[in-house]
Write a protein that binds this ligand. Structure first.
Ligand code: VJV
Ligand code: CA
Ligand code: ZN
Length: 388
């Protein structure tokens, strides 16, 4: 074995789809589904597939495509779903008109070959994870291909087309009174927040870079929900360069009391890895260990947990983090040295480590002690209003 076994066992399921990894957003586009293949190679290389329940989601043998589309239509408009279904990379003229009419940025969200199938793939894989939790077959269910938190009811946004998270949570609400959504992608989880902004049954919290023109420019500390949902949304705006210690401290000091007061029956955690150091789009300085520490903490709360992916634009680091976190879900400690006979092993040169240290050429931490303290205090105040 490539790991040591410890003692807090949970039933973990790994939901994957062999097709999702083959899609391309286009040359030079930062979102690379190939990172999912790298992740899979690491997970199998470490032997983790032997200790989890594997669910291979395959649309071509899925008889229930109608059930899937009905679930999608609980959030997205039928006009938008039909657009995704009928569009292809050749239907240029009509396509352009629709994009302009509906204010869609086709650089961020290109129409690529097989787009609708790709969307159905990652969405049905999240729904597979949801159903393993609903049926109490798993304590933790993982889908690294999901987590596309920007997709709106009527349009795609920020590399996201269907919002598998919102669709999944809507399904969970049939069996769970309260769902907590935690988002550690460097971008604000805007569309998930928006979808549940008026309800007290889903608590959303996002940690993200905020300020300047950083996408999607929402997620100020003052956004806390409306009407019944007042105080059931939280935002933790951060600045460039935050490091493991400060981030994980802040994370634990907020999530601990939050889970205590909200008492969720299920947690959905979006584990976007663009918050790692050296991400192509991100500007934080988290390491694989720091990022994983957040997952470890959430696991320790003992609430049924769904882990989804999200951003992450330096594929070797994306796969390191998601493999490490698959280990954490299973409570096994993976050996630092990557396994032998790993496909694409040369990509991980020169360190061949699962959790390399950050080098020296990282960004300065612009989050002062005062700023972080202030943020934490203001957020804990919000959590207190929840109880009384
Ligand atoms: O900042 C933006 C919007 C613009 C307009 C469109 N141009 C291309 C970029 C600036 C204002 N979009 C962000 C979207 C980030 C989405 C993050 C998704 C997630 O991680 O939260 C969850 C999966 C953005 N930042 C960087 C880029 N777009 C970007 C897009 C490209 C690109 C380089 C950078 C698209 C195509 C190509 N290069 C070739
Ligand atoms: Ca976030
Ligand atoms: Zn992101």
């Amino acid at each position: 074995f490539e790991f040591n076994i410890t003692n807090t066992k949970k039933r973990v399921s790994y939901h994957r789809n062999n097709d999702t990894m083959n899609y391309h957003y286009g040359p030079f586009h930062p979102m690379k589904p190939f990172r999912l293949r790298l992740t899979d190679h690491l997970v199998t290389g470490y032997g983790l597939h032997n200790i989890m329940d594997l669910y291979e989601v395959d649309l071509s043998t899925n008889q229930n495509i109608n059930i899937l589309e009905n679930k999608i239509l609980k959030f997205h408009s039928i006009e938008y779903v039909n657009f995704l279904k009928n569009i292809n990379e050749n239907s240029d003229q009509e396509n352009k008109k629709y994009l302009i009419k509906n204010d869609i940025d086709d650089n961020d969200c290109p129409i690529f070959h097989g787009l609708y199938k790709y969307c159905l793939n990652y969405t049905s894989t999240t729904l597979s994870a949801v159903s393993a939790i609903e049926q109490k077959k798993s304590d933790i269910a993982i889908n690294w291909s999901g987590g596309l938190h920007h997709a709106k009811k009527f349009k795609p946004s920020g590399f996201c087309y269907l919002n598998d998270i919102v669709i999944g949570i809507l399904d969970l609400l049939k069996t769970h009174a309260r769902v907590l959504y935690i988002d550690i992608d460097i971008h604000h989880g805007d569309a998930v927040q928006e979808a549940f902004y008026m309800t007290d049954r889903v608590f959303t919290i996002s940690f993200h870079k905020f300020g300047g023109y950083f996408f999607p420019m929402t997620g100020a500390l003052e956004e806390t929900g409306v009407s019944k949902g007042k105080n059931y949304a939280l935002n933790v705006p951060l600045m460039d360069g935050i490091k493991d210690f400060e981030y994980t401290q802040l994370f634990k000091s907020i999530i601990g009391p939050l889970v205590e007061s909200f008492n969720p029956e299920c947690i959905v955690m979006q584990c976007g890895t663009d918050s790692l150091g050296y991400d192509r789009l991100g500007t934080f300085n988290l390491t694989v260990k720091g990022h994983g520490e957040c997952v470890k903490f959430v696991r320790s709360l003992g609430v049924p947990l769904i882990l989804v992916g999200g951003g992450g634009y330096t594929p070797i680091n994306v796969s390191r983090a998601w493999c490490y976190e698959t280990g954490i879900a299973n409570d096994v400690i993976l050996k630092e040295n990557l396994p032998n006979n790993l496909p694409f092993k040369k990509y991980f040169a020169p360190d061949y480590s699962l959790y390399p240290n950050l080098g020296d050429s990282i960004l300065n931490d612009l989050n002062t002690k005062n700023f972080l303290n202030d943020t934490r205090i203001r957020i804990l105040e919000n959590i207190r209003t929840l109880q009384g």
